[in-house]
Design a protein around this ligand. Sequence first.
Ligand code: HEC
Ligand code: HEC
Ligand code: HEC
Ligand code: HEC
Ligand code: HEC
Length: 247
Amino acid sequence: MHFLLILFIVLFNTTIPFNHANAAEKNSCIECHKNLPPGSYTGHKYSDYTGSVHERAGVRCEACHGGDPVRSDKASAHTGVYHSSDSNSPIYFKNVPQTCGKCHGEELVNFSRSKHYAELKMSGRGPSCVTCHGSMGTFILTSNQIKEFCTICHNPQKGILPDTPRQVQSVLSLMEMTQTLINWSGEFISDAKKAKKDTTEPERSLSNARREMKQAKIAWHTFRMDDVIIRIKNAYNSAKQSKEGIR
Ligand code: HEC
Ligand code: HEC
Ligand code: HEC
Ligand code: HEC
Ligand code: HEC
């Protein structure tokens, strides 16, 4: 196998893209599952996978489910594949953070410092990565959705920090607004560049804004909103500076 790979590289004087995005690569999970009737899925549809950020990034079924994508018969391909309700499964609710965290380490580190993580490990209740991102990581709860969802536990009846959903909603909409401002600044800069203006300073501010925003999104996973707000404010100010720096 390795010998053939080397031979291939030598013969064609090319480098193999070592992410899994190689379209020609055979993957038995995909080959077989794409022909299954859609009703055979419960967690997510095959169509949720196709077109998802993970598919585009070359993340294949086995990265989340285990199994052997080289074997083409169902039984051997499924070795190590369990239903998500089985505690051996990498996508068993409690195991999800570790599975996603193989690739999203910083989010996992922060999430594992949160009370939610403690609750998840202890009682199996409490939000996990898929709660907020879907099983495909395809969506991110919006500020409106998040309020509704978090109210399941954070409400006056249960008495667990009932103000939280409202607070979190406003933090998230601040984040959304700031992201929009960052996107605008990016557009302003590319217009200014086309007009041959000097954009050195605005670009520097914009990259600060992007960096702070990235940190805000990672810090979010601790659920300590004070940290998040500081990052968002920094990002906002840098983005504003960037936009105003263009004359
Ligand atoms: C030859 C066809 C075939 C191949 C190859 C195959 N699967 Fe499946 N898979 C199925 C069918 C059919 C089902 C529906 C349930 C059943 O019959 O076992 C299924 C069910 C599943 C389930 C649900 C398990 C459950 O207990 O409900 C998962 C998860 C899964 N496959 C993942 C994979 C992964 C990951 C791979 C590759 C490593 C893979 N499959 C390869 C045909 C296949
Ligand atoms: C980014 C991770 C990820 C990838 C990639 C992924 N899945 Fe899943 N899948 C999940 C999660 C998580 C669940 C459990 C449902 C939930 O919690 O939302 C699930 C559920 C399923 C189920 C329902 C059975 C069950 O165990 O709940 C099937 C069948 C399935 N996936 C097949 C596939 C196939 C086939 C592929 C590749 C085409 C694939 N998945 C790619 C994360 C993933
Ligand atoms: C094998 C590695 C791998 C695994 C496992 C994995 N991801 Fe990802 N994920 C990626 C890559 C690569 C991207 C593309 C963007 C990037 O480079 O961050 C991505 C992107 C994302 C995004 C960003 C979406 C966006 O619009 O920017 C989210 C959210 C996400 N993943 C959630 C999850 C969740 C939830 C799980 C577990 C169910 C998971 N990931 C499992 C590699 C992985
Ligand atoms: C299944 C129940 C459950 C759900 C759903 C839930 N939480 Fe929590 N949350 C808890 C528990 C339990 C605590 C710990 C409360 C305590 O320390 O008294 C907590 C604590 C928090 C805290 C305080 C964190 C800290 O470290 O002080 C924040 C912020 C929070 N949740 C935000 C959210 C958000 C945002 C959502 C929605 C995406 C959400 N929660 C959904 C159960 C839940
Ligand atoms: C309570 C909801 C919630 C939970 C639980 C959660 N996230 Fe997130 N996640 C968010 C929000 C909100 C954002 C930022 C919003 C945005 O990107 O627009 C985000 C952003 C992300 C991003 C994208 C960061 C970027 O740079 O764009 C990744 C990747 C991610 N989360 C992975 C994970 C992983 C892995 C877990 C589990 C260990 C997890 N998330 C748990 C809500 C959540």
